[in-house]
Write a protein that binds this ligand. Structure first.
Ligand code: HEM
Length: 411
């Protein structure tokens, strides 16, 4: 019974400690309540067990992305130790470098991987999209990840690099293994390491071939890239090819999955796109904000940084919580509502910021815009089989490994 007014309660006080553990499966189910508490109660949070700091407010995350002088990427940008086998440092390429090394390599790569080259790919992306989308839609019920979202991004990367059609399914299989995780296991599975070595070997052979005979693809363009006599080495080119697989494949697959998932949960919003398919970019943009596929990147402090009365020591790990920044009500109205047409593309933290700003952002957007526009052109309505959606568990990647959908075709 309730204690009389004025008397002390014998019940223990309700105390709900704020714990942010990015490995926790229940955190993955819905990270947003934790992010909210972090922003409100501990904008600079320290986890003593896992020994990391975390920034959760939009302004702090954006500032941290821009502070590449005090916050280094050179120890890797993932909470987990650098993965992918013996060549980890090399294969993470300039994502995990600081300036001036980073800048030199990014500028050389940008000579080949130009916005123009991506824009020129539009027709091919459309063809590749329809190749997977049309049979899936005529089946009526299908797994969006297995049939469409899980195939398109890697095929587009292969198209760019000039991987022959006949090899693409195998390249996809290897690329999926590279980021494969085992439930509850933090170590990189042997299969992932082996797949990484295979993929690197394949790309090395391709590069040797292009040295003998030039083609019009990105691989040849990277070989030709030159600034004041400086060129990329073979290892650097292979490192970038591999970086595209690590940074641009699963992230885009998960973006496509999250779009369908949250669309199904916000029917009134998505109805606007299903009735006006050329508004698909608004659907993509809001998915990027509301539930982005790359939630967390890490940095290492290179000097002491004092913030909110605490001091991050040189050598400490700092997590930038992108998913939280995107839900900050200081920046986004009704931040927890999924609203298509917000015009927030300049504010979202989804592609990072500063010198490491995602080099593939325009490609990811182009691909997702095309895929969702084509989906909307052909679909009057759709449902998700919620029970059979399978979420991946990762400290960074957010999205689904399986997403069964049932569509009603447009007549
Ligand atoms: C960097 C997100 C797609 C290539 C980044 C970063 C983020 C990000 C947050 C910054 C990492 C950091 O600062 O440490 C995403 C998301 C994508 C996506 C959410 C899809 C929805 C792609 C694609 C490609 C790509 C399709 C290329 C094929 C890169 C590269 C970097 C990068 C090369 C490193 C840039 C640098 O270090 O200078 N991406 N990305 N990304 N991304 Fe993306």
């Amino acid at each position: 019974s309730a204690p009389a007014a004025g008397s002390a309660s014998l019940d223990p006080p309700t105390f709900d400690p704020l714990v942010f553990n990015p490995y926790d499966y229940s955190f993955h189910d819905d990270p947003y309540p934790t992010y909210r508490r972090l922003r409100e109660e501990a904008p600079l949070y320290y986890n003593p067990d896992l020994d990391f700091w975390a920034l959760s407010r939009h302004a702090d995350v954006v500032a941290a992305f821009r502070d590449n002088i005090r916050l280094s990427s050179a120890n890797g940008v993932s909470l987990d130790p650098a993965a992918y086998g013996p060549n980890a440092h090399k294969v993470m390429s300039f994502l995990a470098m600081d300036d001036p090394r980073h800048m030199r390599m990014r500028r050389l790569v940008s000579k080949g991987f130009t916005p123009r080259r991506v824009a020129d790919l539009e027709d091919r992306i459309l063809e590749l999209t329809l190749r997977y989308l049309e049979p899936a839609l005529s089946a009526g019920e299908f797994d969006w990840i297995a049939e469409v979202a899980g195939k398109l991004p890697m095929d587009v990367i292969s198209e760019l690099l000039g991987v022959p059609e006949a090899d693409r399914a195998e390249i996809r299989r290897l690329a999926d293994l590279v980021v494969h995780r085992e439930e509850g296991v933090l170590d990189v599975p042997v299969a992932a390491m082996e797949a990484s070595l295979h993929l690197v070997g394949y790309y090395a052979d391709m590069l040797a071939e292009r040295r003998r005979k030039e083609a019009s693809d990105l691989t040849s363009a990277l070989l030709a890239a030159e600034i004041d006599g400086d060129r990329l080495t073979d290892d650097e080119i292979i490192g970038f090819m591999f970086l595209m697989v690590v940074a641009g494949n699963e992230t885009t697959t998960k973006l496509l999955g999250n779009a369908l998932y949250w669309g199904a949960h916000n029917k009134d919003e998505v109805a606007q796109v299903l009735s006006t398919p050329d508004r698909a970019p608004d659907w993509v943009e809001e998915t990027l904000r509301y539930d982005t596929s790359s939630q967390i990147v890490a940095r290492t402090a290179v000097e002491d940084i004092t913030l909110y009365d605490s001091t991050i020591r040189a050598g400490d790990k700092v997590l930038l919580l992108i998913g939280s920044a995107n839900r900050d009500s200081e920046v986004f109205d009704a931040a927890d509502d999924f609203r298509i047409g917000r015009d927030s593309s300049q504010k979202i933290a989804s592609f990072g910021g500063g010198v490491h700003f995602c080099l593939g952002a325009h490609l990811a957007r182009l691909e997702a815009n095309i895929a969702l526009e084509q989906f909307a052109r052909r679909v009057a309505d759709y449902e998700i089989d919620e029970e059979n959606c399978v979420r991946v568990h990762s400290t960074n990647v957010r999205g689904f490994a399986a997403l069964p959908v049932k569509v009603t075709a447009r007549h």
